[in-house]
Write a protein that binds this ligand. Structure first.
Ligand code: ADP
Length: 579
């Protein structure tokens, strides 16, 4: 079975993403453009001034004052070019970092907006790869490649423009040399992407194999796998070598052609310049300037070609980053507003793999009711809890609250309606306040402290900085009971109509469980409660009990009715009670 992969954005969308990166920071773009143009323009002064010196000397009566002045100009323009180029690059890098920060924030927002079932289906691998490798690729490209390509391309254009201005025919000769690069450039870009991807994969495979062999050295020895592992290792090294030779070949062909292009352009300009000068169609100075310009093309063009490939790779990564937006936005819930808090489960079926674990569940929960769900392990209780809370959607059948499918409710609406409390109490890295604000971003300190007081979390007052105390690795850590109180305070702040408890106190030891139950009572007051019960005494106090077995609700009624009916629940109750 191939794993589900998050979507990848199409070409048009990637183009729009590129445009948006520029549009979002118009001032930055304008500044980068301005300084880059200035730097490229001052870079053109030196060859032109050298040409003037040549023309001046050629008059036969050179004046050292003029030559000194022109030489000073060359020095000045060279210094200005260095400073301006540095500054342009600095601005370009700042622009890129800002763009990258925006991209990261957007990506985090999109990732957080992903429906839980999409994340679970995609697994952590795909999302992790996008969060780490793809962001890094786009980052490197934005930080290094994009400014280099941009500056290089502008410099190339400026140099060609200046050559044409000095002498149109010589300018044409330079252009011919550059146009020559079109074919090898296209050839390279067409082959570079698959070749570099193959090299990347081969490198990963090689490290993976070597690391696995080293990590499992004892097993390898115990099972006499040495020869086989050595053979596999050799194979991987050969693969890596083969793919690297391939990319090296591509580079050597390209840069060979780049050299040919420059030699061609310079030779053409020199020959044409000589002929024009001999026929008195241009000055010696102009010919010298044009030749100097042409030799200067090599550096920026080399850089553009070098980094174009990395830009292409970044484009692929950007498509993967933008694809997450698709999954997040594409699944945007559009449900209406529930008319009340009645929950209806109609013929719900659900499968994790190809086997249904819920096989036609029907259930109605009245507002304000306390319903206990009991049954043997594996009956599908937790699965039903997840579906009721909108974490996942049924394969068939419907779950509605007030007539609206739970899965169609926007996150804020869902949070006000139904909250699932499980035995996992995650404490997020951040302050106590951050941990609670997740449930109610607008709650003020009084509400937050009231919620903590209601769940008997008095320890918050003994923390060094109260609500602002950072929690998590290296900071204050909470014990499981405190983590649970935090989770319960979150429920109070979210203030939902319905709470689903999935064995929420099961993991705690009996003393803390009793303590937690008092807190729980405060949290549950006035709400509909669906309790997936581990211990039957919870069921005893419920208004109704639903018994589940093998993916179905097999019995439903009050505790007394079910005991009187003498069915499965009665048997469970007797065996539990008779201990
Ligand atoms: P209960 O809460 O009643 O113990 P569950 O809802 O946890 O039952 O599980 C019902 C069935 O679904 C079990 O057979 C279990 O093995 C299976 N199941 C639960 N979670 C998953 C999962 N993430 N992937 C595949 N199968 C699962």
């Amino acid at each position: 079975m191939t794993a589900y992969q998050l979507p990848v954005a199409g070409r048009a969308e990637v183009r729009r993403a590129h445009r948006d990166l520029v549009r979002a920071d118009r001032t930055g773009t304008a500044l980068v453009l301005l300084t880059t143009c200035l730097a490229a323009a001052t870079g053109l002064a030196a060859p032109w001034l050298i040409g003037r010196i040549v023309d001046h000397v050629e008059t036969g009566n050179p004046d050292t004052g003029t030559i000194d002045l022109l030489a000073l100009g060359i020095l000045g323009s060279a210094a200005a070019t260095v400073v301006l180029t540095r500054f342009a690059r600095y601005l370009a890098h700042r622009f890129a970092e800002r763009a990258l920060a925006r991209l990261r924030e957007e990506f985090v927002d999109n990732t957080l907006a992903l429906p839980t079932n999409v994340v679970e289906r995609a697994g952590t691998g795909d999302l992790m790869a996008r969060t780490t490798a793809d962001i890094a690729t786009v980052g490197t490209s934005l930080r290094d490649a994009a400014p280099e390509v941009f500056v290089g391309a502008l410099q190339t254009l400026f140099i060609i423009g200046a050559t044409v201005l000095v002498d149109p025919i010589l300018g044409l000769c330079a252009v011919v040399g550059v146009v020559w690069l079109w074919w090898p450039g296209r050839w390279y870009l067409r082959h570079a992407r698959p070749a570099y991807l193959a090299e990347g994969t081969a490198n990963s495979d090689m490290s993976e194999t070597l690391a696995a062999t080293a990590a499992g050295a004892r097993t390898v020895e115990a099972f006499g796998l040495r020869h086989r592992r050595v053979h596999t290792g050799d194979q991987r090294v050969r693969d890596a070598h083969r793919t690297r030779v391939r990319t090296l070949y591509l580079r050597s062909v390209l840069f060979g052609q780049v050299d040919v292009a420059f030699v061609l352009a310079t030779a053409l300009v020199l020959v044409a310049g000589g002929l024009l000068y001999v026929n008195e169609l241009t000055s010696l100075g102009a010919a010298v300037s044009a030749a100097l310009y042409t030799t200067r093309l090599a550096d920026p063009l080399n850089r553009v070609l070098m980094y174009l490939e990395s830009m292409q790779r970044a484009s692929a990564s950007l498509a993967r980053l933008k694809g997450v937006q698709h999954a997040a936005g594409g699944a945007a819930p559009t449900g209406g507003t529930p008319r009340d808090d009645r929950i209806e489960v109609t013929d719900v079926r659900y499968a994790y793999t190809d086997r249904d674990v819920l096989r036609g569940v029907d259930l109605a929960v009245r507002p304000g009711e306390r319903l206990a769900i009991v049954g043997p392990s594996g009956a599908g209780k937790s699965t039903l809890g997840r579906l009721l809370a909108g974490v996942d959607t049924p394969r068939a059948g419907t779950i509605t609250v007030g007539g609206v499918p739970v899965a169609d409710l926007p996150p804020e609406e869902l949070r006000r309606r139904i909250v699932l409390v499980t035995q996992e109490h995650h404490v997020f890295i951040g302050t106590v306040r951050d941990n609670l604000a997740i449930a109610a971003p607008t709650a003020d300190d009084t509400r937050v402290l009231d919620a903590l007081a209601a769940v008997e979390a008095d320890w918050v007052h003994t923390l060094p900085a109260g609500l602002d105390t950072p929690l998590g690795a290296g900071d204050t850590t909470l014990d499981p009971a405190q983590a649970q109180q935090l989770a319960l305070a979150r429920v109070l702040l979210a203030d939902p109509h319905t709470v689903i408890l999935d064995e929420a106190t099961a993991l705690l030891d009996p003393t803390t469980a009793r303590h937690a139950e008092r807190a729980m009572a405060a949290v549950l007051a006035g709400r509909t409660v669906i309790a997936i019960a581990h211990r039957l005494h919870t069921a005893h106090y419920a208004d109704r009990v639903a018994v589940m077995a093998a993916g179905r609700v097999t019995e439903l009624g009050t505790h007394d009715d079910l005991v009187a009916a003498g069915g499965e629940y009665a048997a469970l109750w007797r065996s539990w009670h008779g201990r």
